[in-house]
Design a protein around this ligand. Structure first.
Ligand code: FES
Length: 93
């Protein structure tokens, strides 16, 4: 079991806050977000296209380090944040 902290940004409320989730096993960041959305109905927004490290659309910060969400495997408790100022969660214009 891994504890994941995610920085949310909800533009309608102009509010940033952390949410914590538990995922059952190590997995890629993008898969962890999809798991959390499916399991907890979290509605976390992230934009990605290729899921194989080519389009570079899925950069996020994991423990303050920039990584591709489709490549980085979460193997221990961590914090996931957007890079820069998103328009919602992890989505940029
Ligand atoms: S989805 Fe294309 S690089 Fe991650």
């Amino acid at each position: 079991m891994l504890r994941i902290k995610i920085l949310r940004y909800i533009p309608e409320k102009n509010e940033k806050y952390f949410e914590e989730y538990i995922i059952p096993k190590p997995m890629k960041v993008i898969d962890a977000i999809e798991y959390i959305n499916a399991r907890f109905d979290a509605n976390i927004s992230i934009r990605y296209y290729c899921k194989v490290g080519k389009c570079k659309s899925c950069f996020v910060l994991v423990n303050k380090k920039p990584v591709l969400a489709c490549k980085k495997i979460v193997e221990k408790d961590c914090t996931i944040e957007p890079i820069g100022n998103p328009i919602k969660d992890f989505v940029h214009v």
